[in-house]
Design a protein around this ligand. Sequence first.
Ligand code: 6R9
Length: 660
Amino acid sequence: MTEQSPALDNLLTESRTFPPSDEFAAQANANADLYAEADADREAFWAKQAERLHWETKWTQVLDWSDAPFAKWFVGGKLNVAYNCVDRHVDGGHGDQVAIHWVGEPGDTRDITYAELKREVSKAANAFASLGLVAGDRVAIQLQMIPEAIFSMLACARLGLTHSVVFGGFSPTALRSRVDDAAAKVVITSDGQFRRGKAAPMKANVDEALDGAESVEKVIVVKRTGEKLEGEVPWTEGRDLWWHELVDGQSDEHTPEAFDSEHPLYILYTSGTTGKPKGILHTSGGYLTQAAYTHHYVFDHKPGQDVYWCTADIGWVTGHSYIVYGPLANRATQVVYEGTPNTPHEGRHWEIIQQYKVSIYYTAPTLIRTFMKWGKEIPEKYDLSSLRVLGSVGEPINPEAWIWYRDNIGAGKAPIVDTWWQTETGAIMISPLPGVTAAKPGSAQRALPGISAKVVDDQAAEVGHGGGGYLVLDKPWPSMLRGIWGDNERYRETYWSRFADQGFYFAGDGAKYDNDGDIWLLGRVDDVMNVSGHRISTTEVESALVSHPTVAEAAVVGASDPTTGQGIVAFVILRGNVAQDEAKGEEAITALRNHVAKEIGPIAKPRQIMVVPELPKTRSGKIMRRLLRDVAENRQVGDVTTLADSSVMDLISSGLNSGK
Ligand code: 6R9
């Protein structure tokens, strides 16, 4: 990847920059001196950030890296994570501040103050303790976005139980393998969940998953859909307990115990390129420090003033760090929304922003492109003037989507923070700082103060400005993963073997520096195509397609090709406001192919472009290119269990077959 292909040049032509306004800069949490301060003494910098938290016992050493790649941060320190996220704010006189404006999909709402959150978490902690759970035990949680999901996570943290949240849409097989791997003693779920206006069973899936699961002693069931759910909720006497029967009668007082800074806080499974999912392990002190630090600076969050909304699901790491731990540690008032963005109508998010005067909004590029597809007329109907910071996470954001987001959601002025990080990194690593950075659409730009990232070539040598290669993290960071649950060897192998001599963490992402030395993420290294010997990233072709006025979303894969090695096959979704039949026609498709050639170069011209109604995505919004490659190569479509909506592949295949 050292040699520069024409495709890699393309993103460099994106030269628009958006410096912060004086007004924003004057009030910003961050300032440019933070970088120098962190560079001067990294450990002192992190020690200062750790002071954001309440420590029962102070640490004696900031970082112990002697057993690399197994890090220990804030060695000897003791704290309770839930105390830091809840009780501390009540003790500080903020018990009446709303912690969570919860909005249910059917329209029911609940405002939860910090005082109430403390009572709910205490009751749940007393309930879990009554089941005999002790610090170190694992609890699996498969819940939709309801308050009990957050109460459960915090109650676990309060007792030193290690939670493993499994996304609500995952299949019984996926749940079972995660329950078994962590040997979870308790599983928390609900009777059913509302999805697009309908009640769908949850408990029935959990029962299917747990058939014969040996570690599981109790299943706690939150009643959410109740009468609305068709059929009986299957029940195993002696094992299953209703949440309200177990929790409601408990005392709402509970004294938290302080745990070691390195006490395991949670396991979160993420899919590997092959084989079984990896249980990414996060611990307490360093994790919470970086979650709180990044939430404070990257979102310019002001407690008591801002209303923050992160649209992620708690089944994803973004929900852990930027709904539960970071914001609550920082005494945020936040919106938590249960449902999908188009239930009951496509303006639902904007309606919620208008109603609660949301000031910070953090979402994923896939959703921004979906909003583009629905059309700007929809957000135009709402008052979004409360918004002052916009965030993006999960994928590279195409410059066109970035500009659309800023213009149509951010009134042409809200700073956008494009935040790069991973389940493994635990918290944001590369991002502009609002009020400091002159933002560039499509680039995450620069490692945060205290963090070090580099783009290197195959030989681990840092590439020059304008060069592309692999993204590595060359220094340990507080919220880094502490391993893969039960598999130290796989941890070393997956992340630390590629650049073992240099001790770099291999992120698995392709990246490049532009001429100013800013970092552009180019997608997973396995998403790089090789067309006639030219390395072209899927991201770049997708960006070129989305920059065309008829295209809302695009996914690009490299399909094997007898002459060129790989050929570029693109799947596109058209924008809502274009004449669909015309835009699907041969002429329009040729125009699109030429558009890509013009934007990137003839080598990047897609061999084939297919217009589809939907794209296969995981719930965290990542396109599953593996499945599209199956379609492009005329294979039977592979495992779809991690898709947010598994019917999408049928929709794509049937659309294509009928179109031919
Ligand atoms: C937080 C999260 C991690 C992978 C990561 C990269 C992609 C995330 C990005 C981004 C470009 C961004 N990614 N944020 N790529 N720009 N701002 O998404 O965690 O689900 O573990 O995914 O997502 O490829 O390696 P996770």
